[in-house]
Write a protein that binds this ligand. Structure first.
Ligand SMILES: [Zn+2]
Length: 582
């Protein structure tokens, strides 16, 4: 009984929202947020909520009102003042009106700098940085056209032809490779513009730069197994794009600093970034080891198959998968594979062969071929032996006895998206996840959830829960959102690891059968729960809460059941394919 009370309380609040809307001619706009606004784009929206059963007119156009009482319309503004009158009429004839004005002006087209000066410069990489000899800096600078521009050591910059600058003259660009003797004493990079008469204009960089001069490389070690490497310190709204997670105590060669990140050299041709707090530099500083990989083992026990290689230290690694050719690829950075490295299999059930390669002079590559498309694997260290533990897919395509990780997105102080009715994503993800849990348990699965109540759970804690409990499959349930309430709608799945594509495709396919529009099965997504390689995962963005049509659907309990059923059917479809050794 307790369970059903928990189950129904968020559910109750959500489906009731439309019925709270009175039959009076109420009118509440979500977009625009003010009655009068200055805008610089022509495409604008008028969206909001009235009573269920009311009609809405914007100027003389009748706008569709959903059963939830919401409406949304898109307009192309003309330059200047654009006035709209939104009128809602209740069944009893009562009306309510709001007047909206957009003042639309396009920003002035960029024009040539008309006086002798530098307007701005953009240096990449940007940020307050510590740089090393060999780092490349690029500059783009806008100033008075037709003069000679330079930066470091009077290295000239080239004025770009106007065909490359959208018609604007005076854009100068160039690149520079830092030399050991270069000084950045005052911390600023200076751009110069010089007239033939000798007159000079200068501008200093916004950010500060300094040189890292280390005779021996600075080394550090990862503090725990939640440590990740990123391709760049600049992320999107989901944080920096992660290359992969490393085990605890992995030795890293630090070659720079950018903001709160260390730049680390993985191998002669690869660098990455790692958040400073995740690296322990209070370790004995040593020359980096050169590791000859000459002792490899490939074996299976009752549950897993393994590949391991002895190294002289815990070196960084990266991995990926080839799904159609059923391979896992692990690169060990800073290691050399000895010719004739062991390829003998002992009792493996999933691994069919292991190949050893050397894609660059200091990267040792293992190519692990499997019976099936990859089902998950973990890379870790046992002393200085790197171990790849390969999961075997289940023997039958059944959810019975399977452990499913289930993440109800958002919660507590992290509400997620809000629909035009006021429905909140965190409540709907919980409603859907609890229904999913019930359905999966009816199939005989065990379900591990990040939350079963309305509460805050940090994303790092969600990841750490699943890396600890190691489910067979992981789903994260969300609702999508866009600033465009009219054109963005439909169902989508998102993944990052290539081997997760089939699970996502199968769930997406079933969700399309509910009649939702196709918003895609999307690769390369940077969500934290898309990172693990230990199990197949899918981020399910069921539909767009920001779209009134999609919102109307998901507030309908019958449609919620269809969505949940489609997800479970998709999982079963995936399992059927995954157990086949094609
Ligand atoms: Zn979300």
């Amino acid at each position: 009984m307790m369970l059903s009370a928990k189950f129904f309380s968020p559910f109750f609040i959500i489906i009731c929202i439309p019925f709270f809307a009175s039959s009076q001619a109420t009118l509440r706009l979500s977009q625009p947020s003010r009655d009068q606004s200055n805008v610089s784009t022509a495409k604008q929206f008028i969206a909001g909520r009235t009573c269920a059963g009311c009609t809405v007119k914007i100027n003389s156009d009748t706008v569709h009102v959903y059963t939830t009482g919401t409406f949304a319309a898109k307009y192309e503004l003309s330059a200047g003042r654009n006035a709209f009158t939104v009128t809602t009429t209740a069944p009893n004839g009562e009306t309510s009106t709001k007047n909206i004005v957009f003042y639309f002006s396009t920003p002035p087209a960029p024009s040539a700098t008309s006086i002798f000066r530098i307007d701005y410069m953009e240096i990449s990489p940007s940020g307050n940085l510590q740089l090393m000899e060999g780092d490349t800096l690029r500059i783009k600078m806008k100033g008075y056209p037709g003069e000679s521009a330079s930066w470091f050591n009077d290295v000239p910059l080239k004025e770009l032809p106007t065909s490359q600058t959208g018609g604007v003259p005076g854009i100068y660009s160039g690149s520079y490779i830092l030399q050991a003797k270069d000084s950045l004493l005052n911390g600023k990079i200076i751009g110069r513009l010089r007239k033939r008469s000798g007159e000079t204009a200068i501008l200093g960089s916004t950010y500060r730069y300094s040189m890292m001069r280390n005779e021996i490389p600075l080394t550090g070690r990862t503090i725990d197994n939640m440590t990740y490497l990123t391709a760049s310190p600049h992320g999107d709204r989901l944080g920096p794009d992660k290359i992969g997670y490393l085990d605890k105590d992995v030795l890293l060669h630090i070659v720079g600093r950018q903001g709160d990140y260390y730049k680390v050299k993985l191998s002669s041709r690869t660098t990455a970034f790692i958040p400073e707090p995740l690296v322990d530099t209070e370790i004995p500083q040593e020359q980096l080891p050169v590791s000859i990989a000459d002792d490899a083992k490939i074996w299976g026990d009752e549950k897993y198959d393994y590949v391991s290689v002895a190294l002289s230290d815990k070196l960084p690694y990266t991995s990926t998968q080839l799904v159609s050719s059923k391979k896992i690829i692990v690169d060990i950075h800073g290691a050399y594979a000895e010719k004739g490295l062991n390829t003998v299999l002992q009792n493996t059930k999933e691994i069919t062969s292991v190949g050893w390669g050397q894609p660059t002079p200091d990267v040792c590559r293992m190519v692990i071929s499997l019976q099936h498309a990859p089902w998950g694997y973990q890379v870790y260290y046992e002393n200085n032996r790197i171990v790849v533990k390969v999961k075997r897919p289940p023997q039958t395509p059944s959810l019975r006895n399977m452990v499913i990780g289930l993440d109800a997105g958002h919660g507590g102080s992290n509400p997620g998206a809000t629909g035009l009715t006021g429905a909140v994503e965190k409540n709907l993800t919980l409603v859907l996840s609890l229904q999913l849990k019930a359905l999966l348990e009816r199939e005989g699965a065990t379900v591990i959830m990040t939350r079963t109540t309305e509460k805050f759970v940090a994303n790092e804690d969600r990841l750490s829960l699943f890396r600890r409990t190691n489910p067979d499959l992981l789903l994260s349930i969300h609702l999508n959102s866009s600033a465009n309430p009219v054109d963005a709608y439909g169902t989508a799945t998102y993944y990052k690891q290539p081997f997760c594509e089939p699970l996502n495709a199968a769930i997406h396919e079933r969700l399309l059968q509910t009649g939702l529009y196709d918003f895609g099965n999307n690769a390369g997504f940077n969500f934290i729960l898309n990172n693990p390689t230990e199990f197949p995962d899918a981020l399910v963005e069921t539909l767009f809460l920001s779209n009134p049509g999609d919102e109307e659907k998901i507030l309908d309990p019958a449609f919620q059941r269809q969505v949940v059923t489609a997800i479970v059917e998709g999982m079963k479809d995936y399992l059927k394919e995954a157990v086949k050794s094609r």
